[in-house]
Design a protein around this ligand. Structure first.
Ligand code: SF4
Length: 409
């Protein structure tokens, strides 16, 4: 436990509330832990992993934040609004009636702000980075040991580069039918607006055998649907830094497809630059693989795509979309779009609008650009006025609504 900050308490500080239970003939402290999840599906899975590790260590996981002895905020840094929601939720936990809980921050904000979190929110007791969650039982034990004493501690652990595969095998699942399975962590694409490479680290592909073992255990436990997760899922197994698996993405899909008892699986999120016709063929051919693809385009303007460092052109994307529709007959195609990127002109926006019209996505997630720490785009003025971002957002949203409705009819 290397990062500890001692805190001198006043004698008025309240001791930790704990219940006594009998565990295996020994008396053990059992604390209720509430995990609050913000952000993407990766965080939903990470919260489950945290829950599994802590349940295995003897804690009880509860939905009741008001009664929890420990509240962990598993956070998201992808947009400022997401961070604001976390700060406000932390404030509510600090000010709740009765004994205040032990408070921990995990997830992207932990890596984004590290020990600076203790300055912004002095009531936070521990900060755990995205690759450090395996240390949580040890960290909480240490916090508990000193809580309420004169040498109360604050702990932050945010430096790990890899997660141990072992953390994915606690068998703790919140949904009885569907499971998220992480196949890769991190991203090194450095899209100019995105904080992920700075808070989740470089791309690391999990060992294929270990992924299959996790899915088989889920299926044995009665789960029939799986979503394979990665920030850049279709770069799985590519020969990049941190590469640990000799299996490529399509080979992995084929191996998952033949797991007995599994009924359906899918994957998110793919990057267009790593998407090839072979992947569409696999989606069409593998009988258990859902005929669905989420392929974020982000912008229809070549100028903006270049500034975003997306490494494909509008034409590349349109060709991919056409091929997908041709090969995956009746398949769904969804996307993400950012409006109001720095320097986005009316013409750039119109290019995006026209692309949405042309591709006819089944669904689209439309976001207003929000400057993020560390990123390249932060250096450029956020010069599209808020009202204009809102207008562009509303226009594409309305267009997409009409298209989605038409395709569903
Ligand atoms: S591909 Fe780009 S947008 Fe997606 S996580 Fe990586 S850097 Fe962020």
């Amino acid at each position: 436990m290397k990062n500890q900050i001692d805190r001198n308490l006043s004698p008025h500080d309240l001791p930790l509330k704990a219940r006594q239970i009998k565990a295996g003939g020994m008396t053990a402290k059992c604390l209720d832990i509430n995990i609050k999840t913000f952000g993407c599906q990766m965080n939903v899975r990470d919260s489950e992993v945290i829950g599994g590790l802590l349940a295995r260590a003897g804690y009880e996981i509860t939905d009741d934040e008001e009664k929890a002895d420990i509240v962990i905020f598993n956070t998201c840094s992808v947009r400022q609004m997401a961070e604001n929601r976390v700060w406000s939720a932390v404030g509510n936990a600090v000010n709740r009636k009765g004994v205040p809980p032990i408070i921990g921050i995990s997830g992207c904000m932990a890596n984004n702000y590290r020990e600076a979190i203790f300055e912004k929110a002095p009531a936070v007791d521990f900060v755990v980075g995205t690759a450090d969650i395996g240390k949580l039982p040890e960290i909480i034990k240490e916090i508990q040991k000193h809580k309420g004493s004169l040498n109360e501690k604050k702990i932050y652990e945010t430096d790990a580069e890899f997660r141990e595969d072992e953390i994915y095998h606690t068998g703790f699942r919140l949904d009885k039918e569907h499971a998220f399975v992480v196949i890769s962590e991190g991203c090194e694409n450095f899209c100019s607006y995105c904080v992920v490479p700075y808070v989740r680290g470089k791309l690391r592909s999990r060992n294929a055998e270990d992924i299959l073992k996790e899915i088989k255990a889920d299926v044995d436990a009665g789960i029939s649907k799986i979503t394979l997760l990665g920030q850049n899922v279709n770069a799985y197994g590519s020969p990049v830094t941190g590469h640990r698996s000799p299996v490529n993405f399509i080979e992995l899909l084929k191996k998952v497809n033949v797991i007995p008892g599994l009924k359906e699986f899918t994957f998110v999120t793919s990057h267009p630059k790593d998407t090839a016709i072979e992947l569409f063929k696999a989606i069409a051919e593998l009988d258990k693989l859902r005929k669905y693809m989420h392929l974020p385009v982000q912008s229809g303007s070549d100028r903006i795509l270049k500034m975003m460092n997306r490494r494909y052109t509008r034409e590349n994307y349109l060709n991919l979309a056409r091929s997908y529709r041709e090969i995956v007959k009746g398949g769904e195609l969804t996307t993400d779009i950012i409006v109001g990127f720095p320097g986005e002109t009316e013409k750039d926006f119109q290019d995006t609008f026209d692309l949405v019209k042309e591709v006819e996505f089944n669904a689209g997630f439309i976001f207003k650009y929000s400057p993020r720490p560390h990123t390249e785009a932060l250096k450029w003025p956020d010069d599209v006025p808020r009202e204009e971002k809102e207008r562009r957002h509303a226009l594409i949203l309305e267009l997409q609504r009409k298209i989605s409705k038409k395709l569903k009819a």
